[in-house]
Ligand binder design. Sequence first.
Ligand code: C2G
Length: 129
Amino acid sequence: MKTIITYGTFDLFHFGHVRLFQRLKAMGDRLIVCVSTDEFNAKKGKAAFFNYQQRAEIIAACRYVDLVLPETNWEQKREDIERLDIDIFGMGSDWQGKFDHLSNQCKVVYLDRTGNISTTEIKSNLGAN
Ligand code: C2G
């Protein structure tokens, strides 16, 4: 059983997120997604439109996702990798290199971000109308 993990806010869930999950899931058997809590988002300087419960519910409904857990801090990744017996840690390429330090625990991959879509763009386009 090959388990993959990823972390993020995933606000206004869009096809960029779906394509990340789709590619990560194709690398193994089980995909765990850790969704940033509202409190952690505040520390990240992000204010999501949907709150944690709503974002977690949406992500859990995605066909590629097997388990949704909360992300409450930057430091939990090492413990998560051990506790959940993670084989692959994956993020989009905007995080390229930022988590290489985890490579002594599991395989670390960065997948190309999907172009022309982001939560920020959605918000600004909607605001423009
Ligand atoms: N992503 C993507 N393509 C997009 C938009 C996002 O592949 N068009 C990926 C990002 O690279 C990231 C994931 O989707 O891996 C989630 O993006 P965000 O919700 O913006 O999460 P972020 O703020 O990057 O938080 O500890 C890690 C942090 O919680 C990541």
